[in-house]
Design a protein around this ligand. Structure first.
Ligand code: AMP
Ligand code: TRP
Length: 348
């Protein structure tokens, strides 16, 4: 078989790409990547990679909204990039880049601030949760965070935004802001749709099934980190809280079992109902030990690939640099159009 000339292949890919729906999503380089991030977001990004024209962004500017040192930021960015690649994102199918490498994100955020209302931002539940009772002391960046997120998405005219359930309200705000801009300045942005899966969109804490699994939790036993060893994973699952009674069922009165069955279903790729039948009449002990093994099986291959990427940081950096160049090629002309719509600049 004779290989096709490269230009032909590229042209064909170009046509196929532009006909596809565009996906944009982001994740913060703010520390411990956990099973909730993987099952609620990244796993879906990887699975849908072939279907869409994808942009995945390590949102370092968002991570500035809570205190973080330069050293931690630097190492978190590289580590998260390695995690995304080890999870199965590939630069052949997706543009993978760091937000601050493309200055248009911050620039568009400022412009969108002018079409966002103070009251809209004050109502954001993530802001209220993260600010807690320290509203006076938190950074203005934490307050403005959703506008930067809106900028990320609409800068690329993304159609679909695959995220966990916790981001739904931010997506609604993004749609409102983009719609308002279009009304004021003429059709400029695509209005994006959230892509939130029914199963796994909200993985809960192992120690409290009423709270979402979160990397900022003070109790490491509440989450499974990608960096946990098999033994630590087994221990955490063994200690995970359960509900009263003995039945292994995903019902509203059994939030802890529902969460564990959800995790099991996703890591083992089996229906919750099938698992309920398999463990009917069996004890929590067997169920938890099988769940632990299935979780280890799902995480171990990622850990192995992660070690390889970590051994080659310059390759990871090169992938991010190429990704940034591809992202800029879309962001720069879009930004020029937005500025012109708003009458900004000298016109030179
Ligand atoms: P973050 O770590 O906040 O940048 O979130 C990255 C992605 O993971 C977002 O799409 C979140 O919606 C998703 N995510 C975070 N925590 C969870 C969770 N406990 N369950 C499901 N998805 C989550
Ligand atoms: N706010 C998101 C989170 O905490 C991260 C994020 C930033 C994002 N920009 C985005 C997600 C754009 C989707 C699209 O999870």
């Amino acid at each position: 078989m004779v290989a096709e000339p490269i230009s032909t292949t590229k042209e064909r890919q170009g046509t196929a790409r532009s006909a596809r729906q565009r996906v944009f999503s982001g994740i913060q380089p703010s520390g411990n990547f956990h099973l909730g991030n993987y099952l609620g977001a990244i796993r879906n990004w990887v699975r849908q990679q072939d279907e869409y024209d994808n942009f995945f962004c390590i949102v370092d500017l968002h991570a500035l909204s809570l205190p973080i040192t330069a050293e931690a930021m630097r190492s978190n960015i590289l580590n998260l990039a390695s995690v995304l690649l080890a999870s199965g994102l590939t630069p052949e199918k997706s543009v993978i880049f760091v937000q601050s490498d493309v200055h248009e994100h911050a620039e568009l955020c400022w412009l969108l601030n002018s079409v966002t209302q103070f009251g809209e931002l004050r109502r954001m539940t993530q802001f209220k949760d993260k600010a807690g009772n320290n509203v006076e002391g938190i950074s203005a960046a934490l307050f403005d965070y959703p506008v930067l997120m809106a900028a990320d998405i609409i800068l690329y005219d993304a159609n679909l935004v695959p995220v966990g359930e916790d981001q739904k309200q931010h997506l609604e705000l993004t749609r409102d802001v983009a719609t308002r801009f279009n009304q004021r300045y003429g059709e400029t942005f695509v209005i994006p749709e959230p892509d939130i899966k029914e199963t796994g969109a909200r993985i809960m804490s192992l120690d409290d099934p009423t709270k979402k699994m979160s990397k900022s939790s003070a109790n490491p036993a509440s989450y499974i980190a990608l960096s946990d060893t098999p033994d630590v994973i087994r221990k955490k699952i063994k200690r995970a809280v359960t509900d009263s009674g003995t039945e292994i069922r995903a019902t509203p009165d059994k939030p802890a079992l529902t969460n564990l069955l959800t995790i099991f279903s996703l890591v083992a790729d089996e229906q919750i109902q099938v698992l309920e039948e398999r463990y009917d009449g069996k004890g929590y002990g067997q169920f938890k030990s099988d769940l632990a093994e299935a979780t280890v099986q799902a995480i171990q291959p990622i850990q192995e690939r992660l070690a390889e990427f970590e051994a080659h940081p310059n390759e990871v950096r090169a992938i991010l640099a190429r990704g940034a160049a591809q992202a800029r090629a879309v962001a720069a002309p879009k930004m020029a159009k937005v500025k012109s719509r708003m009458g900004l600049g000298s016109g030179a």
